[in-house]
Design a protein around this ligand. Sequence first.
Ligand SMILES: Nc1nc2c(c(=O)[nH]1)N[C@H]1C(S)=C(S)[C@@H](COP(=O)(O)OP(=O)(O)OC[C@H]3O[C@@H](n4cnc5c(N)ncnc54)[C@H](O)[C@@H]3O)O[C@H]1N2
Ligand code: MOO
Length: 414
Amino acid sequence: MKESFFQVVSVAEFTKLLATFPKAPVQERELSAAFGMSLAETITSRDDLPQAHRSSVDGYAVRAADTFGASESNPAYLDLAFAVEIQNPSDISLEPGHCAKITTGGCLPPEADAVVMVEQTQELGSDTIEIRKSLSPWDNVMLRGEDVQAGENVLAPGTRLDGARIGLLAALGYSRVLVHRHVTLGIISTGDEVVGIDEPVRPGLVRDVNSHTLSALAVAAGAKALRLGLVEDNLEALTAALKRGLEDCDVVIISGGSSVGTRDHTLEAMQSIPGSRILAHGIAMSPGKPTILAAAADKAVLGLPGQVASAQVVMQVLVMPFLAHLGGHERPFAIGPTASVPAKLNRNVASRQGRTDFIRVSLEQDAQNQLWATPVLGKSGLLKTLLQAHGLMEIPENQEGMTAGSQVMIRPLI
Ligand SMILES: Nc1nc2c(c(=O)[nH]1)N[C@H]1C(S)=C(S)[C@@H](COP(=O)(O)OP(=O)(O)OC[C@H]3O[C@@H](n4cnc5c(N)ncnc54)[C@H](O)[C@@H]3O)O[C@H]1N2
Ligand code: MOO
């Protein structure tokens, strides 16, 4: 007789186990190739950014006090002293009653403390400028050090390099950075009935959905995905595929065969790897109960349920944050790849205590911009529920369902 699930853990315990796996090694990379990766060093600014007070408009640098009270009907008149060249800051001080022509990004001359936009001025001859606007000190000026001050620690290890942070590193002159290298996830699909997506099917055969959805989601989590092929329900074949996968990848997922049926060999294949340890066989969650976690040396092997919706939910809730953790991201399990959105539940949902439920929900906005979540209930072997759902609502294990009207947080599906 087959064993039943014997090491069922809570979602929180499973997450803790995932967090024990070491982050990917550190490598130096061109900034242009580091987007989405996780920083492995502290970035300290060598300079003030901007390095000087810079104009944020095209116009005239002035002493703000010279414009006080100026308006369309009562303009101020200033003498044009000189024009500032954008690449060569002027060291000539701006005298009272004078202004200097300046372009966007130009450095303010000494004693100037504001810039009036050209649209609010009129040239009167070649050396007198009519100013029709009263300015406050530092109007239209990007102050020296306003972005970053010299010596400031601007980015911490674990920071994900998004567009804004790539821009900051470029501005600070970091053409190469230390990051955690990409994590490679290998995916094995198992099952005698599972065939390649180019194959014809008949009743009894299904095309391999899981390795395609899981690899797409791995890429969305910042990892590289390697589909390691289809393996029949055979322990030797599955063990051999897993061994090969562990040579080439940081993590291996086996999709299918994780339950306790006569043809479920995932657990045994994991146990066949010398020195491996089964850390969990079963999670107190739905869908996704038949999920397995093993450690082979310091690499993780995950057995995911074969059911298409279950595999995707486990991937989104647990494996994608895990890939982010391995990739070096800070707090990957707390934040996850995407933020949750608040919504109101529009009907009661039952749930069993002692198990975390991830309910698929569709979202709709009403005329008052209130987001309403409707549970999409259905079988985990069908694709339909995920096609109709926009997100997942978590019902914690200590709760017996949720009542209509409750404020809930929805984790968007990716
Ligand atoms: N006695 C029990 N039986 C089952 C339990 C249980 O607690 N006790 N849990 C059920 C739940 S929940 C799930 S989920 C499934 C998971 O089973 P496996 O992980 O062993 O998956 P398989 O049996 O291999 O496949 C299940 C189902 O999914 C289809 N499948 C598999 N791989 C793919 C793929 N790559 N692409 C598309 N579809 C795939 C497969 O044909 C099966 O229909 O266990 C229950 N049983
Ligand atoms: O736990 Mo299964 O993964 O519900 O379909």
